[in-house]
Write a protein that binds this ligand. Structure first.
Ligand code: AMP
Length: 292
């Protein structure tokens, strides 16, 4: 606990959780926060995936901070930003339940004050896959995470393997700029295999019923690999076949890449990242598995 509990927007008092918004309030809270401090950056609409990151931070750190900020700079499409789900009171209640000490829910101007004119870009790791599909996306991600790290100065920062490329890009930045230790956390899934995601809320009942095809397809690729297949294109083709058999799913890409460099592979002789992006209706979902 850092200080006196504050009331949230809806007037409830969530245990020992301190809720701050401005850079000044954040700075004052951090000045009295015991170390080590773990940061869990989120865009809100918290689910069991976020809870698992918080639980890991809680187990390892004296202070756990969660940021809740839907970062406009990482959305290429303004409509996608507008419809990103938001539920702050519920998110703060979840933070309180999970024993979070400090929730930072800034406004856009608190993160990007007037005159803000810096962009942080990671090189080769940010270019393929999601970087190619969503131009500018990772520059938005690394810029906001650099600001979060600069303001919070976490000893450790927790990121999900669900966003495999994001995790690698941020780990690269954190190492190169000597910012913090990045802790990778396993993907949390629904019982039917669908990776938890804030975006799942947009799926219609029929799309939700079809969505486990994403994990099923990746698992089919992994099964080929486990049976001894090392030809990368054969594994990608096995994944593609499963997704293409689902009429509600539209495949964007299937990748089998070197786990460290994210370069597409001809053969999988070392650790590899099997990943895909697909649309169900208007909802774009990504998922991955590591082979080896
Ligand atoms: P987001 O709020 O979607 O930006 O995600 C915030 C953090 O939670 C990121 O590090 C994500 O990788 C992580 N995350 C999102 N979904 C999951 C999941 N299903 N399992 C584990 N971590 C997740």
């Amino acid at each position: 606990m850092i200080g006196e509990p504050e009331t949230t927007g809806d007037g409830t008092i969530p245990g020992d959780l301190l809720v701050v918004r401005s850079r000044d309030e954040l700075g004052r809270a951090l000045a009295r926060a015991p170390r080590p401090l773990g940061l869990v950056p989120t865009m809100g609409w918290l689910h069991a995936g976020h809870r698992s990151l918080i639980a890991r931070a809680r187990a390892e750190c004296a202070t756990v901070a969660v940021s809740i900020f839907v970062n406009p700079r990482q959305f290429g499409d303004p409509a996608d930003l507008d419809r990103y789900p938001r539920a702050e009171a519920r998110d703060l209640a979840i933070c309180a339940e999970e024993g979070v000490d400090l929730a930072w829910a800034p406004a856009v101007e608190d993160v990007y004050p007037p005159g803000f004119d810096t962009q942080v870009s990671v090189g080769a790791l940010s270019r393929p896959l999601e970087g190619a599909a969503r131009p500018g996306h990772f520059d938005g991600v690394t810029t906001v995470v650099a600001v979060l790290f600069g303001l919070v100065r976490p000893d450790r920062a927790y990121f999900g393997m669900k966003d495999a490329q994001q995790l690698r890009v941020i780990a690269r930045m954190a190492t190169d700029l000597a910012l913090t230790t990045v802790v990778p956390c396993p993907t949390v899934r629904e019982p039917d295999g669908l990776a938890m995601s804030s975006r799942n809320v947009h799926l219609s009942p029929a799309e939700r019923a079809a969505a486990p095809v994403i994990h099923r397809a990746l698992a089919a690729g992994r099964a080929r690999w486990a049976a001894g297949e090392r030809d990368a294109e054969a594994i990608r083709a096995a994944v593609r076949r499963v997704v293409e058999a689902e009429p509600l799913a539209r495949l964007e890409y299937v990748s089998l890449a070197d786990d460290a460099t994210l370069a597409e592979l001809d053969r999988t002789d070392g650790p590899a990242l099997l990943s895909l992006a697909a649309r169900l209706g208007s909802t774009r979902l990504i998922d991955n598995l590591v082979l080896g």
